[in-house]
Design a binder for this molecule. Structure first.
Ligand code: SAM
Length: 304
C-alpha cells in the first residue's frame, strides 16, 4: 500500500497535464454524482487518466488503449508485477548513475540498452524496465521508431535522471487495478462502453507544419484520412448517446483559412484553449499556440 498520488510514469509527446483545467470545464455537469465508465482510447502517458482516477471516486471502471504495444506492455507490467519491475529499474538506475561523469561509457551503456530493447527478446518486465529506462534517459522523452519498429531516439543529456520512482510505480499499480488495459486500434474500445460512459480522445495531433510532426509515435502515420475516420467514430458514439471530449491541434491558428477541424466537427462544440506545448525544444515556439477541445457534451460548462 502507498499514500502517494499516482501520476504519469513517462514523459510523452502531447502529455496533457497542461490541459486538465480546460478538460475539467468540459466534463458533464453531473459527473461527480453517478457511477460512470471512463475510456481513454489514445492513452499515451495517461495524464488525464491519472487525474480522473485520483479525483473521481465514483469512477467505477476505466478502460485504456494505445496502439503502441511496448507502451501497453509497460502498463500491464506495472499493474501486475510492480515489485519485479522496480527491482530491475533499481539496477538500471544504479548502473547508469554510476557512470555519471564518464560520458563515453554512459553513451555506450545507453546504446547497448537501446539495442537490447529493440531485440524485444527480454521477458515482460525486462522489456518494460528498458522502456522506462529509455524514456527517462533519451532526448526529450521522445518515443520514435523506424519502419522496422526499432526505437531510434538518441541519448539525452540529463544528469542522474530518476529512472526508478518506486513510490509512484506502486501508486500507479494500485490505481490500475480497476483499469482494463487494451492494445490496438481505438475503435475496439466501443465494446467496453456502457450506458454512462465518458470517452476522452487525445489522438496524434495534426501537425502544424512539415517540421512539427511529433506524431510519429508508432510505425503507422496518423494522417488526414485517420483524422476523418476518428470524426466518423465520434459521430457513431454520439448516435449511441455516449459522451466524448477530444483534443487536437488548432491548425487555424497557424493558417486562418485552414478550416479542417471546424468543418470536420461542425456538428459539435469547438473551443479554443491555451496550449503550453513542452515537446518543442525551441523556447521561442513554446506557449503561443491554441489547442482545440471538442465535445458532444451539450451540458458542458465551457468557458473560453
Ligand atoms: C497525443 S498521444 C496521447 C498523449 C496522452 N494524452 C498523454 O497525456 O500522454 C497519442 C497516442 O495515440 C496512439 N495511437 C496512434 N494511433 C492510434 C490508433 N489508431 N489507435 C490507438 N492509439 C493510437 C499513439 O501511440 C500515442 O500514444
Amino acid at each position: 500500500m502507498t499514500d502517494r498520488i499516482a501520476k504519469p510514469f513517462l514523459k510523452w509527446a502531447g502529455g496533457k497535464t497542461q490541459l486538465i483545467n480546460d478538460i475539467e470545464k468540459a466534463l458533464p455537469k453531473d459527473i461527480s454524482n453517478d457511477k460512470f465508465t471512463y475510456i481513454e482510447p489514445f492513452v499515451g502517458s495517461g495524464a488525464v487518466l491519472f487525474w480522473m482516477l485520483n479525483n473521481f471516486p465514483n469512477l467505477q471502471k476505466a478502460v485504456i488503449n494505445d496502439i503502441n504495444a511496448d507502451l501497453i506492455n509497460t502498463y500491464k507490467t506495472i499493474a501486475s508485477r510492480p515489485k519485479e519491475l522496480i527491482s530491475i529499474l533499481e539496477i538500471l538506475q544504479n548502473e547508469f548513475h554510476g557512470l555519471e561523469g564518464k560520458d563515453e561509457e554512459k553513451k555506450e551503456y545507453y546504446y547497448s540498452k537501446r539495442e537490447l530493447y529493440n531485440t524485444r527478446k527480454e521477458e515482460q518486465s525486462g522489456q518494460a524496465a528498458l522502456f522506462i529506462f529509455l524514456n527517462r534517459t533519451c532526448f526529450n522523452g521522445l518515443y520514435r521508431v523506424n519502419r522496422k519498429n526499432e526505437y531510434n531516439v538518441p541519448m539525452g543529456s540529463y544528469k542522474k535522471p530518476t529512472i526508478c520512482d518506486k513510490e509512484n510505480i506502486l501508486a500507479v499499480s494500485q490505481v490500475l487495478q480497476k483499469v482494463e488495459i487494451l492494445c490496438g486500434d481505438y475503435e475496439k474500445t466501443l465494446n467496453f462502453a456502457d450506458n454512462n460512459t465518458l470517452f476522452y480522445f487525445d489522438p496524434p495531433y495534426k501537425p502544424l507544419s512539415e517540421t512539427s510532426s511529433f506524431n510519429s509515435y508508432a510505425k503507422d502515420e496518423f494522417n488526414d484520412a485517420e483524422q476523418i475516420r476518428l470524426r466518423d467514430f465520434c459521430h457513431k458514439l454520439d448516435a449511441l448517446n455516449h459522451t466524448w471530449i477530444l483534443s487536437n491541434s488548432d491548425v487555424k491558428g497557424k493558417d486562418e483559412n485552414d478550416n479542417f477541424f471546424d468543418e470536420l466537427y461542425a456538428d459539435f462544440k469547438i473551443e479554443r484553449v491555451d496550449a503550453k506545448r513542452s515537446i518543442n525544444a525551441n523556447p521561442e515556439k513554446r506557449g503561443l499556440l491554441k489547442e482545440l477541445l471538442i465535445t458532444n457534451n451539450n451540458k458542458a460548462v465551457l468557458t473560453i
